[in-house]
Design a binder for this molecule. Structure first.
Ligand SMILES: Nc1ncnc2c1ncn2[C@@H]1O[C@H](COP(=O)(O)OP(=O)(O)OP(=O)(O)O)[C@@H](O)[C@H]1O
Length: 317
């Protein structure tokens, strides 16, 4: 039986954390809270400071300023840390000659945890059939699962995973999504980093978007989409000029995108349709587009990307 999750234990609070490596300001006032019962995506371009933040939370990097707490306490004050927070930072970090089961037994023993949990976490991570196999022969996806099994050994209220989708095949990807959702449904706080918003689109309830060591947005996925999606309507019409005149007069922003197509912003599709109808302007197609999470993310992080790929024409200059 798994224990009931105490809400006050199932939180991470990162407050004004600063960390510099030489001339790089890796964290520049990083501040956010991870709440119980939801999957929080931690997303930002390469070098944004996600891994450093996670290392600070786990007491592996010492911040120059600011605090990070798990269930209200700094990591160093947790007496049995694995019963408070389970983390997967580097899936490759396994002893290759040990079987999955032995790796977990060794970990449970070294951390003073109940060895009875080993079979439970092997099952939870879907590894029961390969438990006797040497971890050195595991694929990256299986190593991810083993890392997750290890993170769950102490049945912690907080679970933190750095790039858990890396290297997963489509089946593994779907499994990971369902698995993260089930951890959150049990009341745990789940923090998951990724540099791809698309990975989090149907996974995270909440997102903390970071760039250059600080938070750019901290909101529910729904709020993020609503805040970014101004809404654009595409219209196909044989009377392009009439349509543009009518819509512009009513306050919409219109631009021609082809001989018989125009793009409209600042007016919902329904109003476009009724306005054209009222002015007897013919049209054959109306479609409205909402920003995807990926578009919202690109927009937010545009100025924070450390290494932006050059466009071919720039490269040729
Ligand atoms: N130990 C270190 N020594 C020097 N610089 C470091 C160290 N760790 C991180 N950095 C630098 O700090 C910045 C933040 O790195 P971090 O790994 O936290 O970013 P990230 O968001 O996790 O990126 P990625 O998506 O590439 O993993 C980067 O510029 C990185 O080069």
């Amino acid at each position: 039986m798994e224990k009931t999750i105490d809400e006050s234990e199932a939180t991470i609070e990162v407050s004004d954390v600063r960390k510099r490596f030489g001339s790089t300001q890796a964290l520049d006032g990083m501040t956010f809270t991870v709440r119980p019962g939801q999957v929080t995506g931690f997303v930002g371009p390469n070098g944004a400071g996600k891994s450093t933040t996670m290392r600070v939370i786990l007491g592996l990097d010492k911040p120059d300023a600011g605090t990070a707490t798990v269930g209200g306490r700094p990591y160093r004050d947790l007496r049995t840390p694995l019963t408070h927070i389970g983390a997967l930072l580097d899936a490759a970090a396994v002893q290759p000659s040990r079987s999955a089961r032995h790796h977990l037994l060794w970990l449970a023993h070294s951390q003073g945890l109940n060895a009875g949990r080993v079979d439970a976490v092997l099952r939870q991570a879907g590894l029961q059939d390969v438990a006797q196999r040497k971890a050195g022969g595991f694929s990256l996806g299986m190593r991810q699962r083993l890392g997750i099994a290890a993170a769950l050994l102490g049945d912690p209220p907080v679970v933190m995973l750095d790039e858990p989708f890396n290297g997963l095949d489509p089946e593994g990807f779907m499994w990971m999504r369902g698995f993260l959702a089930s951890l959150a449904a049990q009341g745990r706080a789940v923090l998951v980093s990724s540099h791809l918003m698309s990975e989090l689109q149907d996974t995270a309830d909440h997102v903390v978007v970071v760039g250059r060591g600080k938070v750019l947005a901290d909101m529910s996925v729904r709020e993020l989409l609503e805040s970014m999606s101004e809404g654009r309507v595409t219209l196909r019409t044989s009377a392009r000029n009439d349509a543009m005149t009518v819509l512009a007069r009513a306050g919409a922003t219109v631009s021609s995108t082809g001989t018989d197509t125009i793009s409209v912003t600042g007016m919902p599709a329904e109003n476009v349709v009724s306005l054209l109808g009222a002015h007897a302007v013919p049209f054959s197609e109306v479609s409205s587009h909402r920003a995807s999470l990926e578009e919202a993310y690109m927009e937010l992080t545009r100025d924070s990307v450390q290494y932006r790929g050059m466009m071919p024409e720039e490269a040729g200059r």
